[in-house]
Design a protein around this ligand. Structure first.
Ligand code: NAI
Length: 235
């Protein structure tokens, strides 16, 4: 009988790929077990956070032993659905679409590129990473005949919703959208949006925050120097 799926909070789910990555690296280094303290040092989380997170799926840790790396990796892979294989297509064979098509790391994780689609006749017919770019008009039929699970949207933002509308009429399971627009998709389609510019703005915020803190610290230090003309410091 299939085990009941336990609900895990989104915050924990968002950390799972990181656990997966670190544990994968430990396996490559033939590390068999690891303590929550060691894992926490590597990952920049607290040991208690790690224990709490990992308790969510069966308390793999043993007092005085730590975690069995392979067991934990296997369990996290299962939770992430990586025991399944996924077929995906890329829509938009421009800069980003080609970069994703040329990246080897996805197939290692069970994501197989089956087709690339574009609207531009100059690009249709071109081969990228052994896959021929097809006319977007063949998209729907291809999704059904090739059992495509995921569509990766790499078209300009002005064209992204029309592509999503086409996908909404198919049985696609998931959409990975890179266009900087929030798409409307069917309720039963899983949508994951990757807004690289949003991430860049977060980086900018963090750099700016750090600069401000350093500036304030400098002012504080100068203020402590007796007789320092504080007024001359611009803030
Ligand atoms: P691009 O202009 O190089 O490529 C877009 C491709 O989509 C073109 O080949 C075009 O013919 C095709 N296309 C347009 N409408 C289509 C449709 N209805 N059906 C099928 N194909 C269609 O653009 P790029 O740089 O690859 O960016 C793609 C998307 O990713 C954009 O939305 C962009 O904002 C976003 N993005 C790109 C980044 C990058 O590093 N290139 C970074 C962050 C976001």
């Amino acid at each position: 009988m299939e085990k009941e799926v336990k609900k895990i909070s989104i915050a924990v789910i968002k950390r799972l790929p990181k656990y997966h990555r670190y544990l994968g690296e430990l396996i490559q280094k033939d590390v068999e077990k690891i303590s929550s303290r060691k894992l926490s040092e590597m990952m920049g989380l607290t040991a208690s956070q790690i224990r709490q997170d990992l308790n969510n799926f069966g308390g793999f840790g043993q007092q005085g032993y730590g975690y069995n790396v392979k067991d934990l990796y296997r369990e996290i892979s299962k939770i992430l659905g990586l025991h399944n294989k996924y077929n995906f297509v890329i829509i938009g064979a421009g800069n980003l679409g080609q970069a994703i098509a040329n990246y080897h790391g996805f197939s290692e994780k069970g994501f197989h590129l089956k087709g690339i689609f574009d609207i531009n006749p100059k690009i249709i017919g071109m081969k990228i990473h052994e896959v021929q770019v097809m006319d977007i008009d063949k998209l729907e039929e291809f999704i059904y005949t090739e059992n495509i699970d995921i569509a990766v949207i790499c078209v300009p933002k002005e064209n992204a919703q029309e592509v999503a509308d086409r996908l909404n009429k198919t049985n696609i399971k998931g959409i990975w959208n890179f266009a900087p627009v929030d798409l409307r998709v069917r309720k039963d389609t899983v949508l994951e949006q990757v807004h690289l510019s949003d991430s860049l703005l977060t980086l900018s915020y963090k750099i700016n925050e750090k600069l401000l803190q350093e500036r304030q610290e400098k002012i504080r230090q100068r203020r402590d120097i007796p007789g320092h003309p504080l007024k001359s410091i611009k803030t």
